[in-house]
Write a protein that binds this ligand. Structure first.
Ligand SMILES: *Cc1c(COP(=O)(O)O)cnc(C)c1O
Length: 454
């Protein structure tokens, strides 16, 4: 079988047997599909040998590129020892070393690491821990979670309950628990008339009003720091996150920071929290923790939360939660290698000039007649396309303008995946300067070509 025949066979079987995430399968089955076979650096290669620049880091998780020698060999040497052994009632070296490392690099005050296997699960864990914490502390009325409009924390029902994207979450409403919701910053579409500098104060005041009134009923505030990813890369104004940090302390509400997308350098620092000197009570990490190699997540918390769960066995205060593959050793070995690369190769230092290039290149996009807003936090970028920039009228979602830009980019050897009308760029931190220019060049042309007609 040649490559073409093999691809055709795989395509038939894919369409016959699989169901893809966040995908209208009717449409999927009608169109051509790309079957990825391997990765090389910042490129993906399909079964027919076509190469694509990985413009969204294989959905926001890849960090140092694909087939990274250090991570490959860390997994290989762990594989020679054992692929998996449980973390329930037993321990193993990769997880122990990783916990120590994570505590060392995490915002101060986070001293305990609890493992799970997806970003959604890391948020579930934080929610359950926060809830149980107040129950154990005797403040039983603290049962409500405070969440932000447009938030995304994953797709399991607990994380959906604290999510705020109606398109994804509305249908499951009856299955979710009750929460309190606040408007999230979205300067471009907010009716707020003041400057961006005053916007943080304005948004934080809304949070304080709820905390003042209902603080004693609130268990925790859940937030994506600096930028709400899945909502369309909604950048928060400077000072917003630090205000949330102060307000939650003032009203004695726990702060859960979901760094599943922002963690591991994506916004320019190891964690986004670091940019606003916030030390949350819970830090959720996943996507980039293994360099984008294997499913692993963790919820970090403080000694104060951890201590509340201590007691005699018969008090049954312990945290009744765990997954079969919690702290999988191969994934932990990959994560350790990932962090070692950050240290040894100065990944964050090398990122700085690349972020500057990206910012400069994005300036050019402002000239395009259908680019309404450009939002950036380091290597997380959203370019919001609108039908009319004067009135900010959006394109109807069904028109799929973002998706069309993505499909066209693919023809030019670049993989991106939009969020509705927002074109997303989120390259691996390892992208070279010339690849970065290429990414911007191709995406610029595709946006121009697609929006020109509409
Ligand atoms: C992707 C994401 C999640 C969910 O992670 P999964 O591993 O897909 O379950 C949670 N929170 C944020 C901020 C994310 O971007």
């Amino acid at each position: 079988m040649n490559a073409k025949q093999r691809t055709r066979q795989l395509e038939v079987w894919d369409k016959k047997y699989t169901w893809h995430p966040f995908t209208q399968m009717k449409e999927w089955c009608e169109g051509p599909i790309v079957v990825i076979e391997k990765g090389e650096g910042n490129y993906l290669v399909d079964t027919q040998g076509r190469r694509y620049l990985d413009g969204v880091s294989s959905l926001w998780c890849n960090v140092h590129g694909h087939r990274v020698k250090k991570i490959d060999s860390a997994i290989q040497s762990q594989l020679k020892k054992i692929a998996h052994s449980t973390f329930l009632g037993l321990s193993h070296e990769p997880a122990i070393l990783l916990s120590k490392k994570l505590v060392e690099i995490a915002p101060k005050g986070l001293t305990r690491v609890f493992y799970s296997d997806s970003g959604s699960a890391s948020v579930e864990v934080a929610l359950k821990m926060a809830y149980q914490y107040w129950q154990l502390k005797g403040q039983r009325s603290r049962k409500l979670f405070l969440k932000l409009n447009n938030a995304y924390h994953g797709d399991t029902l607990g994380s959906v309950s604290v999510g705020g994207i109606d398109l994804f979450h509305e249908v499951y409403g009856p299955l979710t628990f009750k929460t309190l919701k606040i408007d999230a910053p979205y300067y471009y579409r907010d009716k707020f008339k003041g400057s961006e500098g005053d916007y943080a104060e304005y948004c934080a005041a809304k949070v304080e009003r709820i905390l003042r009134k209902q603080g004693r009923k609130i268990c925790a505030l859940v937030v994506e720091p600096l930028i709400q990813g899945a909502a369309g890369m909604l950048r928060q104004p400077k000072g917003y996150l630090s205000r949330l940090g102060k307000l939650t302390k003032k009203y004695n509400v726990l702060l859960i920071v979901d760094e599943v997308a922002t963690g591991f350098g994506r916004t320019g620092t190891m964690f986004a929290c670091g940019q606003e000197s916030v030390s949350p009570d819970f830090l959720c990490i996943a996507k980039g923790v293994t360099g984008g190699y294997l499913p692993l997540s963790a919820t970090l918390t403080t000694e104060g939360v951890y201590d509340a769960f201590l007691g005699d066995y018969g008090e049954f205060k312990h945290f009744f939660h765990g997954h079969t593959y919690s702290a999988n050793p191969l994934a932990c070995a990959a994560a350790l290698a990932n962090l070692e690369i950050f240290e040894k190769e100065g990944t964050l230092e090398q990122l700085k000039p690349k972020i500057r290039i990206l910012t400069e290149e994005l300036e050019k996009f402002k000239r395009l007649p259908h680019v309404g807003d450009i939002r950036q936090a380091g290597f997380m970028v959203g370019i919001e396309l609108v039908k009319d920039t004067k009135t900010k009228t959006p394109y109807p979602l069904a028109q799929k303008v973002g998706a069309m830009v993505g499909l066209l980019a693919r023809k030019h050897g670049v993989i991106i995946r939009p969020l509705g009308n927002v074109v997303v760029l989120m390259p691996p931190l390892s992208i070279s300067e010339s690849e970065l220019y290429k990414l911007c060049r191709v995406v610029y042309r595709c946006i121009k070509q697609i929006t020109e007609l509409r």
